[in-house]
Design a protein around this ligand. Sequence first.
Ligand SMILES: Nc1ncnc2c1ncn2[C@@H]1O[C@H](COP(=O)(O)OP(=O)(O)O)[C@@H](O)[C@H]1O
Ligand SMILES: CC(=O)OP(=O)(O)O
Ligand SMILES: [Mg+2]
Length: 413
Amino acid sequence: MGIVLVVNSGSSSFKYQLIDVDASRTLASGLVERIGQGEGRAVHKASPEASDRSEASDRSEASEASEWVRELPIPDHTVGFGVMLEAFREHGPSLDDLPPIAVGHRVVQGGARFFEPTVITNLVKINIDELSALAPLHNPANLEGIVAAQRAFPDVPHVAVFDTAFHQTMPPAAYTYAIDRELAAKHRVRRYGFHGTSHRFVSRATAEFLGRPVEEVRTIVLHLGNGASVCAVSGGRSVETSMGMTPLEGLVMGTRSGDIDPAVLLHLQRRAGLDADGLDDLLNKRSGVLGLGGHADMRDLEQAVDDGDPHATLAFEVYTHRIRSYIGAYAVQLGRVDAIAFTAGVGENSARVREWALAGLEGFGVVLDPERNASRSRGARRISSDASKVEVLVVPTDEELEIARQTQAVVTA
Ligand SMILES: Nc1ncnc2c1ncn2[C@@H]1O[C@H](COP(=O)(O)OP(=O)(O)O)[C@@H](O)[C@H]1O
Ligand SMILES: CC(=O)OP(=O)(O)O
Ligand SMILES: [Mg+2]
């Protein structure tokens, strides 16, 4: 059995899943959070009959499994992995019975250097550290998770799976910013794109759902989670994506602004007294639908829209307007669109976002079926009408399974 532990580390938390790759099955999952913040918390679930994705890809399935919860100080990631090992010992499944053959790590920024999953050596760690300049919020935390996980699992290979890797196929015309080229090259300023693991998984699942070879299909993937990005995928390759040098560009997100005239930053620097850190905080943490509508969580925002809050309504309109603009732009770049696939927390669950984002596109052959769109059935499904020229689908993403698959492929190659 090919069992892989998948780790997604953030600065103050990490999520993990123990996955049986051959059976596409989660054996256990958990979250260790509030690391270094006084009182930490760990939640661990063993899946009794393990969630089999072919039957139920909905994550709520996992919540039906029994939980192991601990509240205790977790000063750093190393202690966090100790708590995780304790959870496996006390609550199961036993890692002695189900030893992982490898640990797969989500790493956000791989720059132009990493375009495929990579076994983590000391040199790779130096590179990930060095790429922190291009992802200061993500890479240092990813690296901390890797170091701690290597201490907890010293005898198996650790593999980095990069968010940026799938987008390394973008042509220069798509990834180049129109600024002084020498300055840009010196500081590695270009578009890299993110959420690649999800865009790759969903674009392949879309072709599979349509029963067509991935090489033939042109898809627009809308990954709408807390972070959000669009990807134009042609023949299984990313040709354009909305996030740029960092995960701030593109769509309106929970707390991030997405696209903005760069002169706004200069203006706020000169007139509102914001320095680099202040602008970083504003654009990454206090903007998006939170900044406009007072709620970062789409469920809360939709509730406020229903309650008649005009700020929430405008936030919702701006959010969906931006998605429409990208659909138009990417349809033109692709030349032909076979499918539009919605994925991640918002994309999979919000019928209203999907409806608003696609309203009025009938003239372009995009016609939603309201009943199919409102259905909450699980798994990949069609939500366009039979008359629609473009297939519109909801395709649940599974970044952890994709990381586990890529990790297994690297270590068994
Ligand atoms: N039923 C729902 N309706 C609308 N939005 C939802 C629903 N369920 C989850 N979401 C939204 O999904 C988002 C989180 O998406 P997710 O993909 O889990 O994020 P991430 O992995 O980037 O943290 C939140 O904004 C949440 O409100
Ligand atoms: C890269 C990125 O934006 O990731 P997330 O959606 O997990 O914040
Ligand atoms: Mg996510």
